[in-house]
Write a protein that binds this ligand. Structure first.
Ligand code: ZN
Ligand code: ZN
Length: 272
């Protein structure tokens, strides 16, 4: 990594060379062929690329959000093929981005134990209620208080589970409301405390920065990362690519600004 300064007084920020947050078209809201992501990553100088598509789950169908379970094998085979084909040019890893659903914890464990995946990351977009219904606690949430409660509850369980390499967009709850508040402050502190307690890094997620319109950048949320700096948590950067070009066009300088401003402990390369 590195933040270098050019002679004109303005800062030039490096791009990242390691990205472990990449989706595929199987989720229904990402685009491009798997190989196009790899070719783009090689072109952009990445040294490692981790695929972490939204996890496909047995018995669960959420079109437009995650692929059907029958597609999981094709996904893993495809990444395996690319891993071998491009092994001299880039290191490729197979993973999934998963919500922590207690019901599927053993499934996640079996994916890791059988080495079908190299790693999992935790992205708590939804929770599962007592009737096994999957309910949004982020993008499609309707009740802020309820959503905050479920988001933090399941996220913390996931962080404690030891199944995940890092927490994707921990500040995702900030999309529930525009204004910062005491509740957000409290959630941020609890996430940072858990990050230290379970020694699990938090991701500065750049998915929403692909738009040139900064008004649309719902995260990373400045207030959250200020608190993260005070706690001294470990931090990674994720492009969260939903089409190949995103590996190049997201606002990496925004992540490096936050890292520099709040003295965040950035780790560019994950041990997998
Ligand atoms: Zn997605
Ligand atoms: Zn996500």
């Amino acid at each position: 990594m590195g933040i270098c300064k050019c002679g004109k007084g303005s800062k030039v920020y490096m791009k990242i060379k390691y990205n472990y947050h990449t989706h595929t078209k199987r989720c229904g809201h990402a685009y491009g062929d798997d190989e196009d992501y790899v070719l783009r990553a090689i072109k952009d100088g990445y040294l490692e690329l981790g695929f972490s598509d939204h996890v496909m789950l047995p018995g669960i169908s959420q079109p437009g959000i995650r692929g059907e379970f029958v597609e999981a094998e094709n996904y893993l085979n495809s990444i395996n093929y690319l891993k071998e084909k491009y092994k001299d040019e880039i290191k490729i890893y197979r993973g999934f981005e998963c919500e922590y659903f207690p019901k599927f914890a053993s499934y996640y464990k079996s994916l890791l134990n059988s080495k079908k995946v190299d790693y999992l990351i935790l992205g708590q977009h939804f929770y599962m209620d007592e009737n096994d219904q999957i309910i949004s606690c982020t993008f499609r949430a309707t009740n802020i208080e309820e959503s905050e409660k479920h988001y933090i509850d399941f996220l913390l369980q996931g962080m404690a589970s030891g199944l995940f390499k890092y927490v994707a967009h921990p500040d995702l709850f900030c999309i529930l409301r525009k204004e910062w508040g005491e509740d957000f402050e409290e959630l941020s502190k609890r996430i940072c405390e858990a990050s230290l307690k379970y020694n699990i890094p938090l991701e500065i997620n750049l998915c929403r920065t692909e738009s040139k319109d900064k008004e649309k950048w719902k995260y990373p949320r400045e207030e959250f990362w200020k608190i993260a700096g005070e706690y001294g948590v470990r931090v990674v950067i994720g492009a969260d690519a939903h089409y190949p070009e995103m590996l190049d066009i997201v606002a990496f300088d925004r992540a490096f600004e936050l890292i520099e401003k709040y003295k965040l402990k950035y780790e560019e390369k994950m041990k997998i």
